[in-house]
Design a protein around this ligand. Structure first.
Ligand SMILES: *Cc1c(COP(=O)(O)O)cnc(C)c1O
Length: 356
């Protein structure tokens, strides 16, 4: 196979061993002579997978007893609505921070459920920074998006919130150390830092879910899923299995602190070059730069065809920017090796040498 440096924003690169073990399990799972995807999800072999996946999340994040972990379907997108259904009371309101496309999606869905107050908004400068905000004490919860995948900004410190805090961590969960107990509810689509598309992780403080005043559809009732140990209905078995393998990989590679070291080295290497190189500039405010999704542009867009040819020839894949920002986005999720970042940095240097 030819060497490709995979900077895809999602679904994204996974550890090679996870892909290989997943491929093996598709052919013959646990020496059963059967594929992972043709056995009962109630078999003890699959129940063990689900339990290990949930326990690995608790272990990696050092979650106390009162937290529960679920692997459901519908992606973070259904999560936008599910979160509001489970946390927003009939008469209450929720505080949201609008830091980009995904945060606005969360706001729109919550508005279908109840009252939403947008307490911070960075749309005035195309979401290139994390706004400051005050949280009303009478809100049912505060909702933030820890990493803005499209715009390349990230909360470097989480706010102190007087009300339960909810976070969409789809694109930076398990990427560095953080205190999960600051949050009442965390949700994250798997396909950026945890596994293939098809499952979404919920981490929740059971004491904080306040759905008592609403009738919920079964699938969106997080308490019900918790009571059933994330097996209320047929789970997305393959996505859960590959996520479990990725979680094992995270644990075996130093857990959150191992991921943080890895990711810090990559973002330092990349941003140092971006700041040094005279042909490029970054999109996001320096203090709010994402470790996961650096966004950047050429100062002179007419040079793009030549730059594109160079990185493609070097085996770099997936750095074209999202249409709402333009330019480039080099997503550097957990499994991306620093060698890939070094290749991209070399291309940027060589490009400057030719053009500068
Ligand atoms: C990708 C992404 C989503 C959407 O996730 P789906 O699983 O595709 O629904 C939501 N929030 C953030 C921060 C994302 O990066």
């Amino acid at each position: 196979m030819k060497k490709v440096h995979n900077f895809s924003a999602g679904p994204c690169i996974l550890p090679r061993e996870v892909i290989e073990q997943s491929a093996d399990a598709l052919l013959d799972f646990d020496n059963l002579g059967l594929s992972l995807i043709e056995i009962s999800h109630r078999s003890k072999n699959f129940e063990a997978v689900m339990e290990e996946a949930r326990n690995l999340v608790k272990d990696i994040l050092s979650l106390p007893e009162r937290y529960d972990v679920l692997f459901l379907q519908g992606g973070a997108t259904l999560g936008f609505y599910t979160v509001a259904l489970n946390m927003l009371s009939e008469k209450g309101k929720a505080a949201y921070v609008n830091t980009g496309v995904w945060a606005s999606g969360a706001i729109r869905e919550a508005q279908l459920v109840g009252k939403v107050e947008v307490v911070g908004d960075s749309s005035d400068r195309n979401h290139s920074y994390i706004p400051s905000f005050t949280v009303p004490k009478d809100a049912d919860y505060l909702h933030i998006t820890s990493n803005n995948t499209i715009f390349g900004t990230q909360f470097q410190q989480f706010p102190e919130s007087p009300v339960p805090m909810v976070c969409d961590m789809s694109s930076d969960i398990f990427s560095k150390k953080f205190d999960a107990t600051k949050f009442s509810l965390i949700y994250a689509g798997a396909q950026k830092n945890m596994g293939p598309a098809g499952t979404v992780l919920y981490i929740m403080d059971k004491d904080q879910l306040r759905n008592s005043d609403r009738k919920l559809p079964a699938y969106m009732n997080l308490k019900l899923h918790a009571e059933k140990a994330s097996m209320y209905n047929t789970p997305p078995v393959f996505a859960v299995y590959a996520s479990m393998l990725t979680l094992r990989w995270i644990k075996n590679n130093g857990g959150l602190s191992g991921m943080e070291d890895r990711n810090r080295a990559k973002k330092d290497l990349f941003y140092t070059e971006l700041d040094r190189n005279g042909l490029f500039h970054g999109h996001s405010a320096v203090a709010d730069r994402s470790w996961m999704n650096p966004t950047f542009r050429l100062n002179d867009d007419t040079l793009s065809a030549e730059f594109d040819k160079m990185w493609k020839e070097a085996g770099v894949s997936g750095i074209s920017g999202h249409r709402s920002v333009g330019g480039y986005r080099a997503s550097m999720y957990n499994a991306l090796p620093i060698e890939s970042v070094a290749i991209l940095v070399d291309v940027m240097k060589e490009f400057e040498r030719r053009k500068g």
